[in-house]
Design a protein around this ligand. Structure first.
Ligand code: HAM
Length: 416
């Protein structure tokens, strides 16, 4: 056999090891619990989509223009690893006939997303999202509900020090006139803008508002605010959303410059940040209303609102001590000598009532005891060849150190 360098994981993607997963599973379980409490049902959509679906919904966004994992499959189809789930969930809502069911359709999804971003802490090329989407409803109550689900989940996992920023970015009726004003404001200042922002001025002027470039900041402060230019319908919707948040006791900050990184939003947009430090931190989650997305995908116009949050970032903030640690196995079976059949049988007997790990390896009893200790097992079942012939074993309670000899058949009652 040729020896070679071990092959490591792909850059920007990572393994989640057993020690980390209890926090992940507890965080996911809280997400499911909160979603169910609000009447949301789970949906799973594929990680692979036609690249065109993704490109259509966000050709001007970084996640699509610069960060899309795109490739041709063996049949020459142009596919993409999904950078986000909303486009796929909307597709599935129509293809699966959920649009024929009760409206709005309340859906949640947990799964991996892929963005070819520059990897760093909290930013990965494969990351996991908890998504909530309410499709087929126009009411401002739904916008506030989605925010309440997000907030309820984050506080359930113990992240209470949060900053929620909200904004309304209008719709197809009022936004064009606002964008015209925005361009008029920025055009004379063009030479003072950063390079990327100069390009955005004509293509996607709304994104000038969330520019992080230092030289853009003083210019931004004087820019017209979209919330001052909403049409009466958008203004009424926005006022209703804020009233609902107030009555739910949800604290928020109005941020007239919040526009979000994806193109498909209308009206309400929001983002959650970890509390304390201001500004530059990465968002824990975000979302908003996307009344135009279905039509862009080629389906009948259908209003919707949703949010997504990165589990990689949220689990980072969950206090490990709030999650119960479970040993890999409650019981370890330790035969003294090569007693493979007998050890397997004793394991099977105990497994009726407890999780059991059997140590088959040809190690000394001392070495086996050491690994049983490391596993954190509550009990150890020990026997040698002579005891195996009598079908008995010593049951040792690892916390008290007490030990008694029992018939194998008595073990389940004692361990239960
Ligand atoms: P997004 O803001 O692009 O929105 O992503 C939502 C969240 O996913 C972010 O706030 C962040 O926590 C997490 N996230 C994004 N990129 C990464 C990354 N490279 N590594 C780790 N975490 C990341 C959306 O995806 C929209 N689909 C949300 C939505 C649902 N809007 C309506 N419905």
């Amino acid at each position: 056999m040729r020896r070679s360098e071990p092959i490591k994981a792909v850059r920007g993607v990572r393994d989640l090891l057993p020690a980390e997963l209890p926090i992940w599973r507890a965080t996911e379980q809280a997400a499911r619990d909160v979603a169910h409490r609000f009447g949301y049902e789970e949906i799973v959509t594929p990680v692979l989509e036609h690249a065109e679906l993704i490109e259509r919904v966000g050709e001007d966004t970084d996640a699509v223009a610069k960060e899309l994992y795109r490739f041709d499959d063996r049949g020459g189809r142009n596919l993409a690893l999904r950078p986000e789930a909303t486009a796929g969930v909307v597709r599935a809502y129509f293809e699966g006939g959920l649009n024929q069911g009760p409206q709005p359709s309340r859906l949640y999804l947990i799964g991996p997303m892929f963005r070819y971003d520059r990897p760093q802490k909290g930013r990965y090329r494969q990351f996991f999202q908890f998504n909530v989407e309410a499709i087929g409803g126009t009411a401002p109550g739904l916008d506030a509900e989605v925010i309440e689900v997000a907030e309820g989940w984050l506080s359930e996992v113990g992240i209470t020090d949060l900053r929620l920023e909200v904004n309304s970015i209008g719709d197809g009726k009022c936004r064009p006139a606002y964008l015209k004003r925005l361009k008029e404001y920025y055009r004379p200042l063009k030479s003072q803008l950063g390079g990327d922002s100069q390009l955005r001025l004509e293509r996607n002027p709304l994104r000038l508002l969330d520019s992080k470039l230092p030289q853009d900041q003083p210019l931004k402060a004087g820019a017209p605010k979209i919330t001052d230019h909403l049409c009466p319908e958008c203004a009424a919707h926005w006022a209703a959303v804020l009233r609902l948040l107030d009555s739910a006791g949800i604290e928020y900050q109005l941020n007239p410059f919040l526009v979000r990184g994806l193109d498909y939003y209308t009206r309400t947009v929001f983002e959650f940040y970890p509390g304390g430090a201001a500004g530059q931190q990465d968002a824990l989650g975000g979302g908003g209303r996307y009344d135009g997305l279905a039509e862009v995908e080629g389906w009948p116009a259908t209003p919707a609102v949703g949010f997504a949050s990165g589990l990689d970032r949220v689990t980072e903030l969950v206090d490990a001590s709030s999650v119960p640690v479970r040993p890999a196995a409650d019981v370890v079976v330790l035969p003294d000598g090569d007693l493979q059949l007998e050890a397997a049988e004793v394991g099977r007997i105990c497994r009726a009532v407890r999780s059991v790990s059997v140590d088959y390896e040809p190690k000394s009893l001392r070495a086996k005891m050491r690994s049983a200790n490391k596993l954190g097992a509550r009990w150890v079942v020990l026997f040698d060849a002579e005891q195996a012939r009598r079908r008995v074993a010593n049951l040792r309670d690892m916390s008290s150190g007490t030990q008694e000899e029992l018939d194998w058949v008595e073990l389940p009652t004692r361990l239960a």
